[in-house]
Structures are given as C-alpha cells and as structure tokens.
Write a protein that binds this ligand. Structure first.
Ligand code: MN
Ligand code: MN
Length: 469
C-alpha cells in the first residue's frame, strides 16, 4: 500500500465524494437495481394517465390488503387504507404505532404528465379528413409531438351517468393517431418560426380518419363514420365528449435504452417514476410500521396543482383530519409534526446541452437520488426552500442507510426553473424537501432515467418512512 500524502488524507476527510453508482455498486446490487425496473416498465405501460395510475395502483393495494378508507373509523396500528379522489388522485398508507399527534410521514408525487388533451368539442371534418382539436396539457414542447404515433386514453361519462374507459393505440393490433407536420420541401415559412412555435397550439390537430360513410344525403360523412365507429365500440355520441377527459399520449412502451441497458426510456417518468418508487417503498414498509405513512399521488401538478384533485386543494389536509379525528387530535397538530418528501424528478445533466446547467449544482444520471433543497425560478420565486435542519436530517438518514444521493438545482440561475407540490404541503406547516429521480429529456414524449437512480429513489423513500426524524 502506498502511503497517502497529508493532502490526500485531508481530501478524504473534508471533501464530498461522488461516484457513479454503476461503478460503486457490487454486481449483485447492480442486478438488484436493474431487476427492480422490470415491473416498473409494466406499471408505466399500464398507467399512462392519472385515471389509469389510480386504477392500477388500487388493484395492487387491494392485493396487499389495503381497504377503502372509512372516515370516522379509528384506524389501529398496521391497518392499511386508501382514499380515491375522483379517480384522478390517490392517498394510501398504513397506520403506525406512534400516536398520530406526533405527525405522519408523507410521500407526495404526481401522476399526471404533459400530453395533448382533447377539447370538449374535438371532432371535426376538414377536406374529407376527420380530426380532433386538442389543448395541450402542461409544459409541452409542441414540435416534439408531431409525426409520431399517438394513443387515445381517457374516460367518457355518458348521459345516463355510466362511464367508459377508452384506450386505443396501445395494443399491437390497435390503430394509432398522429399530429401532422410539414414536409421540408414546403417548410420555408415554417422554418422561420421560433422553435417554440414550430407547431402552434391550434395546429396540434390529431388525424383520426379518412373513410367516407356511404350515403347520398348525409353531410360530413368522414366525421359521421368515425362517430359510428365510436358508438359501436363504446356506445357514445358526440355530446359525450363534453363530459369526457380524453387525451393523446405517445403510443410507446417503456424500453431499455443503451446497449448496456443501464437506462430506461418511457413516456411520463415525470412523475410516475416517483409514484411507483413510493408505492414500492410503502408496500415494503407496511409490515409493522412505527410511523403512520401517507403516500399521495396527486393530479394537476403539471398545470400548477390547481383543481380539486391537485395539491393546491384541501384534499390531503381533509384526509389527515379524518384520520386523526377519532383520536381527537386536531389536524394542525398532526401536520405541524409531519415530515414530507416531495417526490418529483430533477433535470439530469445533458452533455449535448451543457450550457443550460451549472455543472457543480446539477444532477447526473447514475449518481443516485437527487435531493433539492429549494425550487423556484428567478431568485427562488415560488419556492419551497427547506430549512437546513430538515435537509440535514434527510441527509443523515440517507448516509446511514448507504443510499446513493446527490444534490441538484434545476439548471442555471435565470435560465428557467420550476416548482413542485412541495410549496403546497409546506404551506400546511409540514417539513418538506424535494427529492427524486434525475431525468433526461424531461417532458419529451420519451424521457430517460438511469436504472440505478430509480432503485436508489425507492431505497430513499423506504428509509425515510422507517427513519427516526
Ligand atoms: Mn414533476
Ligand atoms: Mn413536470
């Protein structure tokens, strides 16, 4: 062994160390991390929109003994519950042994992702093509969505109150849909537009058919034929679009990326990768829990968390109030003693676009779960800035459990930025810090994560639920 110099020893003692997880982990641990991602792919394929994520998760929860929450019931340690908010958001967890006035552990992620929502009168015919008008949802870079296969998902409520679940474009034999784009030969004017307006909002029209319904008298016969097909398959009429939530998402399955299969591509890692990892952490935690766990799958994060299924509403607070009421504990006491991980993705450094990142304070693929002390933009506007003690507590928990973690800020100061659900939960006087999986090509139709980071995020959530905090 070579003797270390004074400087080398001092370095070891004083400096932060970072190491690529694919190097740091043993072969066995690496395999565990990669294996962890196999069922995650299936979850992603089955849960492309929030309604589906809620349905798939409830199926899993019920298989693990979770029961629909009953307000007024006094939950005993070990009892598992879930509360479905309008089929679009979900809260679930397990009652712990600790008195509820000491607070609960909250893991909050979101299950909505950017996409193309249909308008309420979407279907029209133009030049003997049937098309759908859309209103994009969330931070969509519109040009990325053209000329690629799209699937149609969602729920339609009929006049009689019954509902049909629509999924077209996911099965191998299903047709798909498309937003068209210009050929380069005729794109002279379009090429002068800024990238942002390469395709404008009202140009995001989805082609859904071209065959004429054979009849001499009827008009709009391509549209009519599409309505006929929808009616045959789902029993719906045009008016049912008004009471529908239909959306176009990329018709793409989750797939390994890279010859070494170290990366994972899918639509909507943001933020179902944090939803899935928190679900897995909860399912492992629920055996004999000390703390009460409250796992939240929120809707509407991508549009600012507004609406009654987003976290800028009282649904989580009301739920915790209901959980605490039979113990005669006011909800403010529970919340004020509660700890929360705002589980959301961060932007991974991209060597193709280094200029937007500040390399010393950004997250890297394969460097573990990313802890973000503060969010916001333009001088931390709209931030949740976690106070240092809680940041330190979370760091200690991660270190003690050998969870590989890093820190990261969303790009350079004044380059942009963004927020999460954290600020709505900290507004309830809960200790909250942001944490999640680094993502490359965030909000694109096919986003990329590193498998080791997914696994470390799951481990981080599990250790958080278990930890003395
Ligand atoms: Mn997110
Ligand atoms: Mn997002």
């Amino acid at each position: 062994m070579e003797n270390k110099t004074k400087g080398e020893l001092l370095q070891e003692e004083l400096l932060l160390k970072a190491e690529n997880a694919t190097n740091k982990l043993s072969d066995e641990e690496l395999k565990k991390a990669y294996d962890f991602c196999e069922p995650y792919k299936k979850f992603m394929d089955a849960a492309k929109i929030e309604n589906e994520a809620v349905r798939v998760t409830i199926e899993m929860l019920e298989a693990h003994g979770y029961k629909a929450f009953e307000p007024g019931k006094k939950y005993m340690p070990g009892e598992k519950f879930y509360s479905n908010n309008r089929g679009r958001a979900l809260i679930f967890g397990t009652m712990g042994k600790r008195p509820i006035e000491q607070g609960v552990k909250i893991l909050a992620s979101h299950i909505d992702s950017p996409r193309l929502d249909l308008k309420q009168r979407p279907l029209y015919e133009e030049s003997e093509l049937a098309l759908l008008k859309t209103h994009y949802y969330g931070g969509v870079r519109r040009y990325q969505w053209a000329a690629r296969p799209l699937a149609l998902h969602g729920d339609m409520y009929k006049k009689d109150g019954s509902v049909v679940h629509v999924t077209i474009g996911e099965d191998e034999n299903d047709p798909v849909f498309i937003v068209s784009d210009l050929l380069p030969h005729l794109a002279k004017d379009q090429n002068q537009r800024t990238l942002k307006d390469g395709l404008k909002g009202e140009e995001m029209n989805v082609v859904i058919g071209s065959q004429v319904f054979k009849d001499d008298k009827a008009s709009q016969k391509v549209k009519l034929n599409i309505l006929r097909l929808l009616n045959e398959k789902y029993g719906v009429v045009e008016g049912d679009f008004l009471s529908a939530e239909l959306t176009c998402v990329p018709a793409v399955k989750a797939k390994d990326v890279g010859l070494d299969r170290s990366l994972l591509g899918a639509y909507g890692h943001d933020d179902r990768v944090c939803a899935y990892t928190s679900l897995m952490a909860e399912l492992d935690y629920n055996k004999d829990p000390d703390w009460t766990s409250v796992v939240v799958f929120a809707d509407k994060e991508e549009v600012g968390s507004d609406s009654n299924t987003g976290l800028n509403s009282a649904f989580m607070e009301y739920f915790i109030a209901d959980l605490a009421a039979p113990y005669n504990v006011p909800v403010r006491t529970v919340l004020s003693n509660s700890k929360c991980l705002s589980a959301d993705v961060s932007a991974a450094f991209d060597p193709t676009f280094p200029d937007v990142f500040e390399k010393r304070n950004t997250s890297f693929l394969n460097y573990g779960v990313c802890i973000v002390k503060y969010t916001g933009s333009g001088g931390k506007g709209g931030t949740n800035d976690c106070y240092a003690k809680f940041a330190g507590d979370v760091r200690r928990v991660m270190d003690n459990a050998n969870v590989i973690w890093q820190t990261g800020e969303l790009g350079k100061v004044d380059q942009g930025g963004g927020g999460t659900v954290a600020k709505f939960i900290s507004a309830l006087n809960v200790d909250v810090i942001d944490i999640g999986v680094p993502v490359m090509a965030m909000h694109a139709p096919f986003e990329v994560v590193a498998k080791t980071d997914v696994y470390m995020t799951y481990r981080a959530f599990y250790e958080f639920l278990k930890a003395e905090l």
